[in-house]
Design a protein. Structure first.
Length: 350
């Protein structure tokens, strides 16, 4: 073996080892870096436009950074303070033993028992009462544990958020340089790397636009109808609906449908009818009419693939998966299209 080949093998071995070690070092901060990349890519055109007028990269990046930070922090601080108060009230009510949940379960059991159609089935009331009680305690304990975990993980969250903000500034200012270097190192030829980057940005924009607008509208409407019908914790449930709206098709119906059914079963007929009717006629229609308009042609993904990739992303990556999943699917489709184009070209040459 020639000396040059040995040197090349040694060099690439060291280079790959250094890259893997570096990625291992960055692994704890994957999500902050990912979100910084997404946000900087979305605001990059605005930064370019401002910097073209000012010709001062530091000043332009600082202005965009402060604007983005204000967009994130101000609404987050207001919602967080309101949510904290409501969470504490819910925590105190649950700490008493989950009485409210058990009362609801007891009402459901009683209503089912007194139903003339269900009575013919000779259901063991004691058995199901015990099961409902166990479920109620499990639910209350689960909420208590998670509320405690949220409090305990606040410090870690602020560290991750600080890393995201710090990274964001440099991604805004130096993003084009870093992207240019990455494209030169991982060049795919014929501008393919640029196509993949554009698909990344387009999918991120479309996903965030749909989530923020549709989720915000549906969560607000859901929280409002819960407040009007007297359901405890409307702000909390409204926020849950915003996050639930991340999942296409199903969305926040996983919240208002059970709430309406429980209201009907427990004897609050009109409240149950109002919640279900409002959910079907108003909340669901927001998703039905706005999602196609907001997504438009940006994402270029079949709705079924969006649904599956979103669920898969959420299961693998947690909250950030709602955007990581569709991005992976979009990049796969782009790579597949490149492969088909390359394959057709190779066949025609033969």
């Amino acid at each position: 073996m020639h000396t040059s080949k040995v040197q090349n093998i040694l060099f690439f071995t060291i280079m790959i080892s250094a890259i893997l070690l570096f990625l291992f070092l960055l692994a704890p901060f994957f999500f902050p870096i990912f979100w910084a990349a997404v946000i900087s890519a979305i605001f990059n055109p605005l930064y370019k436009s401002l910097n073209a007028k000012l010709s001062k990269p530091n000043v332009s990046a600082s202005v965009i950074f402060l604007a983005v930070a204000a967009i994130i922090l101000l609404p987050g601080g207001i919602i967080g303070s309101l949510l904290l108060g409501e969470s504490m009230r819910m925590y105190e009510s649950l700490e008493a033993g989950g009485g409210n949940i058990e009362k609801i379960m007891g009402s459901i059991t009683s209503a089912v028992k007194n139903n003339r159609y269900v009575a013919r089935l000779n259901i063991n009331e004691q058995f199901w009462t015990e099961k409902f009680s166990e479920i109620a305690k499990a639910v209350s304990n689960y909420i208590l544990v998670n509320l405690k975990d949220i409090t305990q993980n606040t410090f870690i969250f602020f560290i991750q958020f600080s890393v995201m903000l710090y990274t964001l500034f440099y991604f805004i200012r130096d993003g084009d340089k870093l992207l240019g270097k990455a494209m030169r190192v991982f060049s795919l030829g014929q501008g393919r790397e640029k196509v993949l980057y554009e698909r990344f940005v387009e999918t991120a924009k479309a996903t965030l636009r749909v989530t923020l607008i549709i989720g915000g509208i549906q969560g607000t409407l859901g929280g409002l109808i819960f407040w009007l019908t007297g359901i405890e914790g409307p702000l909390m449930w409204g926020l849950v609906m915003i996050f639930a709206a991340i999942v296409p098709v199903i969305g926040c119906s996983i919240i208002w449908v059970p709430a309406g059914i429980i209201m009907l079963i427990t004897g609050h007929i009109w409240k149950g009818i109002v919640i279900l009717s409002f959910g079907v006629l108003v909340i669901s229609m927001v998703d039905h009419f706005l999602r196609p308009i907001l997504i438009g042609r940006d994402m270029q993904i079949h709705p079924l693939l969006v649904f599956l990739s979103t669920l898969g992303g959420l299961s693998l990556f947690g909250f950030s998966g709602f955007i990581i999943g569709p991005i992976i699917a979009s990049l796969l489709l782009a790579i597949w299209a490149m492969y088909e184009e390359f394959y057709r070209g190779a066949v025609s040459e033969d």
